[in-house]
Design a binder for this molecule. Structure first.
Ligand code: PHE
Ligand code: ZN
Length: 849
């Protein structure tokens, strides 16, 4: 049972643990309903701590016995752990506990997924396995013995012994308990090898359920590329003789970087041309890289406490985005990352859940695996690199690895490394870690006597608990274009440190057109009155791919806002500019496909709100539909030409080149479908030999309301494949008319394949509802009610996934009083649920405000 009164934990209260752990021996006697875990832990008083308290975390454990130095003891137990009197000298603590993996639906600790045992210990799951100081600054070497009749039994580190009914593993690298992992099941592997640059032979395996072995090859290639890339770019080599990845169907997150034994949500590793889209392949490559890169940024150097989560996550996200940029197209990756950042992190930063990249308090740490910690955390690394330059960045990273290898470190340690390596004072930069909120950067300009001046002002709105914000250091990358489109000043980084600051460029013969915040050099909202003609000019001429895309995106957004707010007609300047761009064969097809995208419903709602307008989700939906239809009309000659030009007539490969061509052809198919009612899409559906083509065609048919046959055929074809059936659930909801969305969810949750115990299926269904703004926010309030119903049902089984999905409500204060009242009623209903988890209680209370 959860505590009655959850406690808030503060960064300022950090104290080290009173004992050091020299080594840990664990023995698991596996049994689905009653696994016995025997531990033998060598403790030693921590000389740095005077007031030593011996407290071991432990939750949902049945203690059979405990001993200190071989003598029986009877510790005091609470629902959060154990205390007992211990010697003031090194001692051995031993215990046997019993746990019930089969009953573990929270998917934290040791649990079962499709008959297979697996663990998830980050952040605080190890305490559900045995009594232990479950905090990241307590590091130790682990030896693990697994007893069971599974044919595969894995843990961290290297295998040291195995025999009939047992396997033993030893991890030579000290690690915190959150990196512990165990897997046991009847699994098959996809094996390979990698030789590190210093000659270590590493055995690689991807372990999957029988039947999935054909979906491992891509993940394995991604792993080998990641290992090579980390050697080439960061000089980091792998440090064990074996690296195992396991695919698990029931998993709360994407994947987990346990030392030498990464555990993946099967959606984040299994891939085949027939069942995965190009986007799935790209995501899998990125997640494999991310988890692998954690071996250095996370495992070899870990976090002192969970407030420092961004130390490993921000840096590792930054590293995986560099990897993807190198493997694929850097501009396309940057644009996609910014789209995602605005959609998730800006949204979070502008609402009741806003928190600093390094929070200073939490109730449940699971609620802080957020877009702010991850994605904004990565943006901060990118800004640091821009400020100090590439060479100094890698010098600082070398120093970081040298100085902190084996440490549980802090953001202060990280910034000190940069200060020491570069001589730069980072006091002001630290503000980015400590203050929440997205700065608004307003810009004006003048031109006089050959001198062009940009005047900037920064303001960060208040966020919960932080009313006053300090000016931050903002790297603003700027280039200037001449009237004929030539670049008259190349990109330079302006370093803004004041609340208001001007920068001048002289020696110019005519007034230039500025390209500001190139590459999205800082996570800010740029506010500048810009004429449509200037945007069209930048879309045509900017040499910076990000700002080129941004110009088109801003044109589309402003046009849509005028449609929603003033009932304007679709903007001709946008329709012309987007066509010119789409036709331009000098541009990468993937870039053109992105530039044919439109701002999301949610982005438009926030933009309207920022302009002082209460967003009407139905009106936003209607404006998008109208614009899409107008665009299809305007491009009725071009779309079929693009569609034909970008058909891929070679064997399927998920590489960036083919994926870009398919993305553009499928964008064209979307335009075509709006005029032909779906006949071209049906042809593509009937002949598709890969999931990218099949899914794009089915989406078009659903949008054209001629998808019923395809919906049935898709189900019949794929009913044996859980990951594909997730798509089947999701797309039907995403494409439902706004007034039908909630009903579609009600219908689909009655389907025999719906199960709330599988987080992927739950997210595919209820997550799709909250992802379709007009449907979720339909004025009747049915969307709110259906989501709340399911969150209340899921909470006792899986608090972590429930709490994460509450963020669907985080934007509620943007809307009209009618919708606000409907949402508030649901938030109150959730909060009034008896025994609501600590996770969900914290989230809903913060959202409700
Ligand atoms: N640490 C994991 C990652 O980013 C994410 C994760 C967190 C997974 C908590 C499970 C639980 O790679
Ligand atoms: Zn991570």
């Amino acid at each position: 049972m959860r505590d009655a009164a959850p406690q808030t934990i503060y960064l300022k209260d950090y104290t080290p643990f009173g004992y050091l752990v020299d080594n840990v021996h664990l023995t698991f006697a596996l049994s689905p309903g009653a696994t016995r875990v025997t531990s033998r832990i060598a403790f030693r008083p921590n000389p740095k701590v005077t007031d030593r308290v011996f407290f071991l975390h432990g939750e949902d454990l049945k203690l059979h016995w405990a001993k200190i130095d071989g003598a029986d003891v009877s510790p005091q137990l609470t629902d959060r752990g154990l205390t007992c009197t211990v010697p003031d000298a090194p001692f051995i603590f031993e215990a046997e506990v019993e746990i019930d993996p089969a009953a573990n639906t929270a998917l934290e600790g040791l649990y079962m997924s499709n008959g297979m045992y697996c663990t998830q210990c980050e952040a605080e799951g190890f305490r559900k396995i045995t009594y232990y100081p479950d905090r990241p600054d307590v590091m130790s070497v682990f030896t693990v013995r697994i007893e069971g009749d599974e044919n595969v039994m894995l843990s961290n580190g290297n295998p040291v012994a195995d025999g009939d009914g047992f396997a033993e593993w030893q991890d030579p690298w000290p690690k915190p308990a959150y990196l512990f992992a165990l897997v046991a099941g009847d699994l098959v592997n996809h094996p390979d090898r990698f030789t590190t640059r210093s000659g270590r032979e590493v055995e690689l395996n991807i372990w999957v359920r029988p039947g999935d072995e054909g979906k491992c090859a891509f993940g394995m290639e991604a792993l080998k590329k990641s290992m090579k890339w980390d050697e080439d770019v960061y000089g980091r080599e792998y440090d064990l003789d074996i690296f195992n990845i396991v695919a698990v169907d029931d998993f709360n997150m994407g994947a987990m970087e346990n030392k030498g034994l990464n555990i993946f949500n099967s959606s984040a590793v299994l891939a085949s041309a027939e069942t995965s889209t190009d986007a799935n392949f790209e995501r899998i490559e990125a997640i494999i890289a991310h988890e692998y890169f954690h071996n250095w940024t996370g495992n070899r150097i870990t976090c002192r406490d969970w407030f420092q989560l961004c130390l490993k996550e921000g840096l590792t996200v930054y590293r995986d985005s560099q990897f993807t940029s190198d493997m694929r197209s850097a501009p396309v990756k940057r644009i996609s990352d910014v789209i995602a950042l605005r959609a998730r992190q800006f949204r979070e930063d502008n609402g009741p859940l806003a928190h600093p990249v390094r929070p200073d308090s939490f109730v449940e740490i699971n609620n802080f695996y957020t877009a702010t910690v991850y994605e904004k955390g990565a943006e901060l690394i990118g800004m640091l690199k821009t400020l100090v330059g590439d060479e100094a960045y890698y010098k600082a990273l070398d120093l970081y690895f040298e100085r902190h290898d084996g440490d549980a470190a802090t953001i202060e340690d990280w910034l000190n490394v940069f200060q020491d390596a570069t001589g730069r004072d980072l006091t002001q930069f630290k503000c980015w870690y400590e203050e929440a909120g997205t700065p608004r950067l307003t810009v004006s300009d003048d031109f006089k006597d050959g001198t062009y001046t940009l005047n900037f002002e920064q303001k960060t709105p208040p966020t919960p608990g932080q009313d006053v914000k300090n000016p931050r250091v903002i790297p603003i990358t700027v280039g200037l274009l001449g009237p004929n489109g030539d670049e008259v000043r190349e990109s330079t980084v302006l370093e803004m440190t004041e609340g208001k600051q001007s920068f001048s460029f002289d020696g110019l013969s005519t007034r230039p057109i500025p390209s500001i915040l190139r590459g999205f050099s800082a996570p800010v909202i740029l506010e500048r009155k810009t004429a449509n003609t200037e945007r069209a000019f930048l879309l045509a001429h900017d040499t910076d791919p990000f700002n080129k895309w941004e110009a088109g995106n801003a044109l589309a957004r402003d046009g849509l806002i005028a449609m929603v707010r003033d009932g304007a007609a679709p903007d001709g300047a946008y329709l012309d500019a987007v066509q010119t761009m789409a036709r331009d064969d000098d541009l990468d097809p993937a870039f053109r496909a992105l530039a044919l995208g439109l701002p999301s419903q949610d982005d438009l709602a926030q933009a309207l709100f920022d302009l002082g307008h209460t967003p009407d989700p139905q009106a936003i939906w209607d404006a998008l539909e109208t614009l899409r239809q107008a665009r299809a009309q305007a491009m009725q000659d071009l779309a079929p030409r693009l569609y034909a030009q970008f058909q891929v007539n070679e064997a399927y490969s998920p590489d960036a080149r083919q994926a870009g061509a398919r993305a553009l052809a499928n964008a064209a198919l979307g335009l075509i479908t709006r005029l032909d009612g779906g006949s071209q899409a049906q042809k593509q559906y009937d002949t598709a030999d890969n999931m990218t083509q099949q899914l794009a065609a089915w989406s078009c048919l659903l949008q054209a309301k001629t998808g019923d046959a395809a919906t049935q055929a898709f189900y019949r074809q794929w009913q044996h494949d859980r990951l594909v059936i997730d798509k089947w659930f999701m797309l039907q909801i995403l494409h439902a008319e706004p007034e039908e969305a909630a009903n579609t969810v009600k219908k689909l949750t009655k389907h025999t394949d719906f199960t709330m115990k599988n987080p992927n299926r739950f997210r595919a269904t209820l997550g799709a509802l909250s992802g379709s703004a007009a449907g979720f926010h339909h004025a009747r309030g049915e969307g709110y009610k259906v989501l709340a119903d399911w969150l209340i049902k899921l909470d006792p089984l899986n608090p972590q996934t429930t709490a994460r999905m509450c963020s669907a409500f985080e934007t509620w204060k943007r809307y009209d009083s009618g919708r606000q009242a409907l949402i508030k009623a649901q938030l109150d209903r959730i909060l009034a649920t008896p025994n609501l988890s600590r996770d969900t209680t914290e989230m809903v209370s913060r959202i409700r405000g």
